[in-house]
Design a protein around this ligand. Structure first.
Ligand SMILES: Nc1ncnc2c1ncn2[C@@H]1O[C@H](COP(=O)(O)OP(=O)(O)OP(=O)(O)O)[C@@H](O)[C@H]1O
Length: 585
């Protein structure tokens, strides 16, 4: 229940809407009982004298109709108020979850697959609509109404009031049997659903690989297994519960089964008048619907409890220690001070110490997996190091506000992501206030202006449509343009030109060299020739700094660097030979 309460905290602002909807829903269900009473009055009139006046009957019919219209009107109003409150609350929850993602370390986010995240933010939040828009107004009225009805019957004949409740203990026993090990079963069911969701998302995201390797839904067994597993578990569970469910839903609302024979017996005995007997039966008929609906809601509560738990777990998960101080760094020297970091158990960075100076190009090189990208990711606080400090202008970056840090650093990562909006807007994300001319100037610097103009709708082409037509290098250049537009004092380029052809790479390099004035540039590169002029080259080896210095210094002093340089040159020679063969063909 604690979890459901937390969900209600989101609805705080809309409490008045929820209360008014509860009131209207109760009034609506109460009005629904009135026709039973009016029908009772008509029957009584016939019993008194068979010649009932037509005008009386007409009056009663109009009254019944009016009551039914009022009941429906109130129900509609109740539902519209509760839905307004519900959707406003869902919006609040989704906003909080999205903000939470920004505050969570990437490690926490990556613990969940994109399928699971989508499931929480989209589906599970959506299902809270049931609790807010239906469960509260309808659920409350389905409790209040049977209570009032039983009290009324109690005043007419206390013995029949007890008889009206006779089905409750029987159905409760059945319910208890049905709910045996329910939590465990539901947990497994949710896990099976989560797994299926993740695998479906993975199947769609990995479609290119699946096609290339000629896999099908049946051979991509992860997909089919999880879908089958979910189907089988759901069906087995339903089959197990089906008989209980049927028994429960038939017995609980069958209040008349005790009242009719007992009432007849009391009437024959002379202890119950005929009008009271008829009225009790009429009222008892009104009990059935709210009781069976209430039972359905009880069933949904367990489900909702589990879903609100998943939402709350995500909202309560670890956050980066974000500082609200707004210290503004004066210079943009970056220092790694004895930094060690492990994603899980094993340290992937060990005692890293270096200084990346403003106005300088600092390059990170080393074999794949040596820890270069991790250094970049720590600098933008995707994770925080377990040991040591990263400083900007001598200030621990944890002491800067997150907004300030993000304003200071521009990061072009290996994973290029273009949003499904126009190319112009994709670049403008670097600086939302930038004019069209500024966007285009950044695109020119990043060597993408020309190919953008060649696209069908130029800058207005949707990246989603163009995405398939753009090469890896073109996408990279768009993301460089985005970063150049941001004009941040610290620029990190993580293999930013890896897919770019040498000619464009040279041009980008020249553009970056012109921009370096006043900036701190940290470049991660595999092609060593692109960073040979760097002011300082940091050579990474298995999570440690093996050496640092200029290209010439490292060539002289570091065997690992010599090996890397040789390998790079061989690769370049190989490329030249291949080009030569192509030219001769
Ligand atoms: N999200 C992650 N979770 C767990 N381990 C990770 C994660 N990202 C990287 N690693 C591991 O950390 C180590 C350093 O990885 P990193 O990506 O920093 O290396 P790199 O030098 O940038 O490699 P590359 O040149 O191939 O990009 C590797 O052993 C890698 O397997």
């Amino acid at each position: 229940m604690e979890d459901i309460k937390k969900i209600f905290a989101f609805a705080k602002e809309y409490h008045y809407k929820l209360y008014s909807s509860i009131l209207m829903a109760i009034s609506s269900v109460l009005l629904g009982i009135v026709p039973f009473y009016l029908v009772y009055k008509i029957i009584m009139a016939f019993l008194k004298q068979p010649e009932v006046e037509f005008t009386y009957l007409l009056k009663m019919t109009i009254l019944i109709l009016a009551v039914l219209i009022a009941k429906s009107y109130l129900f509609l109003k109740a539902m519209s108020a509760s839905h307004e409150a519900a959707f406003d609350t869902l919006m609040g929850m989704r906003k909080s979850l999205a903000e939470k993602l920004i505050k969570m370390p990437m490690g926490e986010i990556k613990k969940r697959s994109s399928g699971q995240l989508k499931n929480i933010i989209v589906d599970m939040v959506e299902e809270m609509e049931l609790i807010l828009a239906h469960l509260i107004p309808e659920g409350v009225s389905y409790i209040v109404v049977p209570t009032i009805l039983v009290i009324c019957i109690f005043f007419l004949d206390w013995r029949l009031a007890l008889a009206a409740l006779g089905t409750v203990p029987i159905s409760l026993i059945i319910f208890k049997l049905m709910m045996q090990n329910n939590e465990e079963k539901m947990e497994y069911w949710f896990k099976a659903g989560d797994k299926m969701n993740s695998n479906i998302v993975e199947y769609i995201s990995g479609m290119e690989v699946i096609k290339i390797f000629n896999q099908t839904t049946s051979s991509f067994s992860k997909y089919t297994d999880s879908v089958k597993d979910y189907e089988k578990y759901t069906l087995d569970w339903f089959q197990e519960s089906w008989n209980y469910m049927a028994g429960f839903f038939v017995i609980l609302p069958a209040t008349l089964s005790f009242i009719v024979p007992l009432g007849a017996y009391f009437h024959l005995q002379g202890t119950l008048t005929l009008p009271a007997y008829i009225l009790v039966m009429m009222l008892a008929m009104g009990l059935g619907e709210p009781l069976s609906k209430l039972a359905r809601f009880i069933e949904s509560i367990t489900m909702i409890k589990r879903k609100s738990q998943a939402i709350n777990e995500m909202l309560a998960s670890e956050e980066l220690d974000l500082n609200e101080n707004d210290l503004a760094p004066v210079n943009h020297n970056i220092t790694f001070d004895n930094v060690s970091f492990a994603y899980d158990q094993e340290e992937v960075l060990k005692n890293i110490n270096f200084l990346a100076k403003q106005n300088n190009v600092t390059a990170l090189v080393g074999e794949s997996g040596s820890g270069k990208s991790t250094i970049a990711k720590l600098l933008v606080r995707f994770w925080d190091p377990q040991k040591g400090k990263i400083r900007l202008d001598g200030v621990d970056i944890k002491k800067l506000s997150f907004a300030r840090l993000m304003e200071t650093i521009s990061y072009v990562s290996q994973d290029i992501y273009l949003f499904d909006t126009t190319i112009r807007e994709n670049i403008r994300m670097g600086d939302l206030k930038a004019t069209d001319q500024e966007v285009e100037a950044a695109a020119r610097l990043a060597q993408c202006h020309e190919f953008i103009l060649e696209l069908e709708n130029g800058y207005e082409t949707f990246a989603g449509d163009a995405g398939n037509k753009l090469s890896g290098g073109q996408k990279q250049r768009i993301s460089i343009a985005r970063s150049l537009l941001k004009d941040a004092p610290v620029i990190i380029l993580d293999e930013a030109t890896a897919f770019t052809d040498p000619e464009n790479e040279d041009r980008i390099q020249t553009a970056l060299n012109d921009l370096i004035e006043g900036k701190t540039l940290l470049v991660i590169a595999h092609r060593l020739s692109t960073i040979a002029d760097a002011d300082n080259i940091i050579l990474m080896d298995q999570g440690r700094i093996a050496a640092q210095g200029t290209h010439q210094q490292l060539l002289k002093e570091s065997a690992i660097y010599q090996k890397l340089w040789r390998a790079h040159q061989e690769a370049m020679e190989w490329d030249i030979k291949v080009e030569g063969v192509k030219a001769n063909v």
